[in-house]
Design a protein around this ligand. Structure first.
Ligand SMILES: Nc1ncnc2c1ncn2[C@@H]1O[C@H](COP(=O)(O)OP(=O)(O)OP(=O)(O)O)[C@@H](O)[C@H]1O
Ligand SMILES: Nc1ncnc2c1ncn2[C@@H]1O[C@H](COP(=O)(O)OP(=O)(O)OP(=O)(O)O)[C@@H](O)[C@H]1O
Ligand SMILES: [Mg+2]
Ligand SMILES: [Mg+2]
Lengths: 228, 228
């Protein structure tokens, strides 16, 4: 479903060369539930951004369902991201002037979903992530963990085929984090949504059927695991 | 050292009333090492902001060394924050156009520290938090966990008497988080710096000599614990 072949991305800073991605090759099947872990700075965000078409590579190929993502032009790429990929950003990237509900409905609006349907779905997902009653608040009126959950709700509300989540539980307590993982599992099991989750959180890693570890831009291990 | 007496802060949203702080009373001695935990939305950030003079209360008193913080006017309050309090923000609040080193030196510059001293201290603290070699990068050129560590470095570089840290390890892997906690402990043990750390991270809570739990704006437990 997702094929990454020999991905390389290097930054040049003064006279230093930083290999953010160093020959990364990966195969991900539809319906997988995968955690991506590794030290701060190991390349997790860079890999998610590359797969999500948000960042260009220096070399290598990325295919989603046999379509070369790295070769797509702006229009088709935006289309792919709009209809097939949900992205939870490490820094949330919420729109400050919109309410929580408007942030969640934003993508559906661009997709042409009716106002009635948008409202049903946004209210339902906000309730699922524990934000019932807060839909009319703007990000600045929400706690850090509440903002994070709005970012998650936005990414999954239209049930994309692929969810790329960058540290989605960083600011959540254990109960909220567990609820979120149950929600992800439900989408994965019942709707065949593929999850690739970058995380430092041990609680999250326990849900993964496969754990990919990175270090210094490389994949240093890639193992199946039995969920507890 | 820090006295909080019956702190109340309420937000009104439409016809809903949110008690962010609901009669919080606390005593914190100089040199304490305290963790503040609780569910997302329980009031941790609101409490830290109140103590740091960043947010006004509806009622209640806050004294730092017998000085009423909640009564200070803008000038003296800014002075207190500049010279005595280091704040690690949940969203880092780094200055995007400044480099990591410039962000760390910013406060010292306002304090009137010489350029030579600023450079010595900023380079040393950046090395301590594992960011050696990255001092000339701007926040956008750093990973999430690297940005978080710049925010920490900035807060502690001038060894303030009180450090208020809002989820300082949220985006860090276990090794980086442990290093940070060792650094905090060293400052606490050898320089008598008081730490009040809001966190969801079990790894962090293990270092606390006292654990304060919040829920719905209230302190629901406040216990000493033996560090492991
Ligand atoms: N401007 C605001 N208007 C309305 N409610 C607010 C506002 N700011 C904060 N709140 C609410 O106050 C409560 C406490 O927020 P606070 O940010 O202190 O929580 P927290 O414990 O830091 O949460 P987290 O762990 O998610 O960071 C939350 O329910 C939050 O939604
Ligand atoms: N614009 C840039 N210029 C230079 N180096 C960069 C730039 N952007 C990222 N990097 C570097 O690339 C490496 C990988 O970064 P990335 O954000 O992918 O790490 P990460 O695994 O997501 O880390 P974290 O867990 O802290 O979020 C890091 O060393 C980072 O400093
Ligand atoms: Mg990252
Ligand atoms: Mg908070």
């Amino acid at each position: 479903e997702i094929k990454c072949i020999d991905l390389c991305k290097t930054y040049v800073q003064g006279d230093a060369t930083i290999k953010a991605l160093d020959h990364v090759t990966l195969d991900i099947e539809q319906g997988s539930f995968i955690c991506l872990s590794g030290p701060s700075g190991s390349g997790k965000t860079t890999l998610l951004n590359a797969i999500g078409g948000l960042d260009e590579l220096d070399s290598g190929e990325i295919s989603i369902n046999d379509e070369r993502v790295d070769l797509l032009s702006k229009g088709p790429l935006a289309d792919l991201r709009l209809h097939h990929i949900g992205f939870v950003f490490q820094a949330y990237n919420l729109i400050e002037v919109l309410t929580a509900r408007e942030n969640v409905e934003f993508v559906m609006q661009v997709q042409g979903v009716s106002a009635k349907q948008r409202k049903l779905k946004s209210m339902a997902i906000l309730k699922e992530v524990g934000l019932e009653g807060m839909e009319n608040r703007r990000p600045a009126q929400l706690s850090g963990g509440q903002q994070q959950r709005v970012a998650v709700a936005r990414a999954i509300v239209s049930q994309p085929k692929l969810v790329l989540a960058d540290e989605p539980t960083a600011n959540l307590d254990s109960v909220s984090a567990a609820h979120l993982m149950e929600l992800f599992c439900e989408l994965n099991q019942n709707h065949d949504v593929t999850f690739l989750i970058a995380t430092h959180d041990e609680r999250v890693m326990r849900y993964a059927e496969r754990l990919i570890r990175m270090q210094d831009g490389k994949v240093i291990s890639d193992e199946l695991q039995i969920n507890t």
